[in-house]
Design a protein around this ligand. Structure first.
Ligand SMILES: Nc1nc2c(ncn2[C@@H]2O[C@H](COP(=O)(O)OP(=O)(O)O)[C@@H](O)[C@H]2O)c(=O)[nH]1
Ligand SMILES: [Mg+2]
Length: 206
């Protein structure tokens, strides 16, 4: 029993990169594939993202499988140094729903250095946006280099911010080595299938 039986997938990345948007795309697809899903949103002082999820998933998930964790001033603390609040939320989920398959855990959003404690996340997606600049992969933040999957989101905005996707692709390939990365456009659900494929293969063993 307990949280060790359930797959825990962390989503980190800078504020505004599209973590919430990606979770909103992933949950319906996972539910469609018959997985039982829980969602945790880490927010600095509010329940803002958790409220977004409660509303978005009102028809999809039981109310008690959406939780907000208020992290205080240092959002990375709750996902890295002291993940106890998040782990307690996962434990409550599994006590109420023993058949739970996977919990998506969105970080409060920080900087390029925020990574997940391996105790909290079995699999860690790092979400960046092309709108933050085409040189982000080149900066080699720990999230970019250490994540199990790097997600480069907002490809639709590339032409508007003079970001060259070919440059980003080459840099990401170089920085990531053999580790995977995918391009997404969460606005139009592009690339979400590729993210799901990785998650299913690596942590749901489908
Ligand atoms: N154009 C575009 N906007 C996006 C995309 N993904 C997210 N957004 C928007 O970017 C803003 C921040 O996204 P959000 O998911 O809240 O970022 P978070 O802080 O990482 O959770 C929101 O207004 C989203 O609607 C995308 O792929 N393309
Ligand atoms: Mg968010």
């Amino acid at each position: 029993m307990g949280y060790r039986d359930v797959a825990k997938v962390g989503l980190g990345g800078p504020v505004g990169s599209g973590k919430t948007a990606l979770v909103k795309r992933l949950v319906p697809e996972l539910v469609e594939r018959d997985y039982e899903v829980g969602v945790i949103a880490n927010d600095i002082m509010t329940q803002e993202d958790a409220d977004v999820f409660r509303e978005s998933f009102a028809e999809l998930l039981p109310e008690d499988l959406v939780e907000g964790v208020e992290t205080g001033a240092c959002p990375h603390t709750g996902i890295r140094e002291d993940p106890s609040m998040n782990l307690a939320a996962v434990d409550e989920f599994t006590e109420r729903h023993p058949e739970l398959d996977v919990v998506l855990i969105e970080s409060g959003g920080d900087n390029l250095a925020a990574t997940f404690n391996p105790e909290l996340a079995d699999y860690f997606l790092f979400v960046i946006s092309v709108a933050e600049g085409e040189d982000i992969p080149r900066k080699r933040g720990p999230g970019v280099t250490q994540a199990d999957l790097l997600v480069v989101n907002k490809t639709d905005l590339a032409p508007h911010v003079d970001a060259d996707l070919d440059v980003i692709e080459a840099d990401a390939g170089e920085v990531r080595g053999d580790d995977p990365f995918v391009f997404t456009n969460c606005k139009d659900a592009e690339g979400v299938d590729a993210v799901l494929e990785h998650v299913e293969r690596e942590v749901l063993f489908a």
